[in-house]
Design a protein around this ligand. Sequence first.
Ligand code: NAI
Length: 640
Amino acid sequence: MMTLNLQHWRVELDSAGIAWATFDKFGESANSLSSVVMAELGQMLDAFDRAPPKALIFRSGKDAGFIAGADIQEFTQLDTADKGRELVERGWNLFNRLAAVRYPTLALVRGHCLGGGLELALACRYLLAVDEPGTKMGLPEVMLGIFPGWGGMLRLPERVGPAAAMDMMLTGKTIDAKRAKRMGLADDCVPPRVMENAARMLVLSNQPRRSLLFLQKLLNGPLKSIVANGARKQVAKRARQEHYPAPYAIIDIWAKHNGNALVAPELVDGIVRSSTARNLVRVFFLQERLKSFGKDVDWKAQRVHVIGAGVMGGDIAAWCALRGLTVTLQDQSMERIAPALKRARSSFARRIKDPLQLRAVMDRLIPDPEGQGAAHADVVIEAIFENVEAKHALFKKLDAVMKPDAVLATNTSSLKLEDLRTVLKNPARLVGIHFFNPVAKMPLVEVVSADGGDPEMARKAAAFVRQIDRLPLPVKSAPGFLVNAVLGPYMLEALRAVDEGNSPETVDEAMLAFGMPMGPIELVDMVGLDVAMAAGKALASSGAEPPKCLVERFDAGNLGKKTGKGFYDHSTGKPAKGLPGTIPPGLAARLIKPLLARTQQLVDEGIVADADLADAGVIFGTGFAPFTGGPLNYAKNQNG
Ligand code: NAI
């Protein structure tokens, strides 16, 4: 033991003869399984082969959690098929070796335990989950376009049954400590104060693992094909194989190769080095970059004041309350605030099952028709009608009462910050915090700076956006900022294609096949034909006629989803779509072209700082096919 000289692990033997292996990755705030870390784990197991401990317990030396997963940076260096295979092989062999040791082993899981981290825990005899809000277990590899190749595809189905395991592996979703115990992933779930004692007792207990019920055993054995067929159907509804091959591979590797990817080398290379995996890893790093904005300010908002309890303001206020802030919500009268509160309550009730917690969140959302909250707020968000005079009148009042260091933000989509801020004593303070509809579903928020704006306010605004768990994208003030500016020409081109005689269904289907989450014509219905008309007029190159198909419907008062009818009938809540016709060759490429061009133009003009951030914004703001790595990355790859 004493000869071990490890950089990332501490190994101590306690008085009972139990070895405690504390993973504390050098120089990092979170633990990830790099090749060096894995090699050190191998050395540790070598030492234990020579002098077996009575038991071995894995725990984390980080506050952040147990293990976040494999080292994703290493995925970007797999330039040959051999390197890809070696990466899989190393983890598969090491965790098989861990699973086979004679002494009992236990993973003490506190905080996140993801990907390779969960595969390590699954290779232990016992898994003890610590019950706290941060404890989350999952195999999210599929979200990076790869598979859990270090034993996850073998051991998770053995532990929790194939259906539950497939659900976790194919969606990447995580589960908490209590749930992990209920489904048999964890042997027990204990509060933090007793975790070490509980770990000692469990690892020495000799208690057999809970085994699968007879039916589950059949489904994980001779009846695998039943589960596999069902899973394939589920996956096909969400992801096309040509865009996202990994979930299909996970099903096959489990069903045909008992979770051992190495038996199917073509599959390993086809997945690990696919352009999808490369691009999804890129998207992961883009997301990390967005998350880093606002980190440089040591400031936290406690109170938020939102003015305008309409579609946007009501949902922004509710989201902030859900994320733990105290929120005052102002509108012209109590009657106008009431529907927002009602909407908030039903959305909270869907997410929060504990009545006391639900009550606490509702209590944080305070109706404020007089606007008294403005004086106490750290962040004030204006989301009233899109009208300069109305916003000016409001800003004058706010300016007189707001704390001088508080953030004053507008959620405007189309008005210039430069025009809105003229009435302020200190015009430099105004920033844009531009949310997308629906607020609870759209991860991106544009943080808008006008010329000569106070950079400190923009930093605080970004920090606030992170605080409420959204992704801030810094942009300069310009019509449509980034997201709406790139959607405009794309929707316009789609409408032109309808004018040329393609059915809305055909146009939408072309883009769904490309990999968009929603077709552009359905998007027009969601945004509203009135908004599309206004945007079309403002954004289309001057002199161009608005599309006929749009004008006709607009004139007939069919404004889209909000009026129940636009291009599609929405009276049942879902658009009633007919069958698409044959898609003319090149239609998707033609529709996407103006979007790509506009994105590049906005980078050239400096509206968004660089091409990576533009790709991040368009992916997280519009759902632009993530497997492409973003519009500019896609364009680059198309051009060679
Ligand atoms: P909305 O019409 O649903 O709600 C506006 C609310 O503001 C109404 O309840 C109205 O009573 C209230 N209001 C108007 N003047 C007021 C005043 N002086 N004091 C207090 N309350 C006042 O509008 P919506 O769609 O929520 O838009 C609000 C803002 O958000 C606009 O600036 C819009 O450009 C922007 N926005 C809208 C998006 C959307 O998809 N609807 C997306 C992103 C931004």
